[in-house]
Design a protein around this ligand. Structure first.
Ligand code: ADP
Ligand code: MG
Length: 257
């Protein structure tokens, strides 16, 4: 039975690759308006869990509920329409386009349909209005992450950290409710990292929910309300950072090192 208040509820998820059970009966909830961390050693099944939740893979067993709705069978763009979005790496094709164009194109890419397609003349005015709104929104998001001064720069010229911010901008354009971020701080310098974390907290206060895979334990422990620990395809523990840091099973399997 799912709970209504959870933003995300995964139940007994299972995914095999040949003989490997990458995700082995995983159940957890992500509460609304939280930053929830998903941690665990390499190969624990974190990325596979993300791929199951976002519809990239179909699970061999188990279910995914988003805001109470069973979304297990949905494709990624159908989940984006409902507000469940993950960050994507900037693909190579998009280098050679400006930062602003990258943000705008994320709309098409994530939804699997094009707003920028040619249209019949009668529909043109409505499309222009929609384009205008989207462009305004793209600028607002770029301003929020202090990338607006780079809007007309080729995306290929951005630093690693700025690319991470751009990924987040691209996800935000689709107006998500739940964002899944796979290592958002990797390669981000300390100054940008501080800004990025501040923005995440602001967005959470505005009603966004985040599920984050991150290797940096300090970031996880200092910024997440809840931490989920995976180990060998299973959930080893779930709780507030203070409890997780003192959990002996977690220390033995992961933190002890
Ligand atoms: P994590 O993100 O926690 O490091 P992954 O979900 O990437 O873990 O991997 C979990 C396990 O599943 C690993 O043993 C990995 O080798 C395996 N695995 C992941 N993706 C695939 C795939 N596409 N094909 C085969 N094995 C995979
Ligand atoms: Mg991974």
């Amino acid at each position: 039975e799912r709970t209504e208040q959870a933003m995300l509820h995964v139940s007994n998820l299972e995914k095999r690759f040949g003989g490997i059970v990458a995700v082995d009966g995983v159940s957890f909830e992500v509460e609304r308006e939280t930053i929830t961390g998903l941690i665990g050693p390499n190969g624990a099944g974190k990325s596979t869990a993300f791929n199951l939740i976002t519809g990239v893979y179909a699970p061999d067993a188990g279910s995914v509920y988003f805001r109470g709705e069973n979304v297990t069978e949905l494709r990624p763009h159908q989940l984006v329409d409902r507000g469940l979005v993950r960050t994507f790496q900037i693909s190579r094709e998009l280098a050679g386009m400006t930062v602003l164009e990258n943000v705008l194109l994320a709309f098409d890419e994530q939804r699997g349909e094009s707003l920028w397609r040619p249209v019949v003349p009668g529909a043109r005015r409505a499309v222009v209005r929609q384009e205008r709104e989207l462009i305004d929104r793209a600028w607002e998001i770029l301003e929020l992450f202090e990338l607006d001064h780079l809007a007309h720069e080729d995306a290929a010229n951005l630093s690693g950290g700025q690319r991470k911010l751009l990924e987040l901008c691209r996800a935000l354009l689709t107006e998500p409710t739940l964002l899944l971020l796979d290592e958002p701080m990797a390669g981000v310098n300390p100054t940008l990292e501080k800004k990025l974390l501040a923005r995440l907290h602001e967005l959470r206060e505005q009603g966004y929910t985040f599920l984050i895979v991150e290797h940096d334990m300090d970031i996880i422990m200092n910024n997440c309300e809840t931490v989920i620990v995976m180990h060998q395809g299973q959930v080893l523990a779930r709780g507030p950072p203070e409890a997780i840091q003192e959990d002996e099973r977690v220390i033995d399997a992961y933190l002890g090192g």
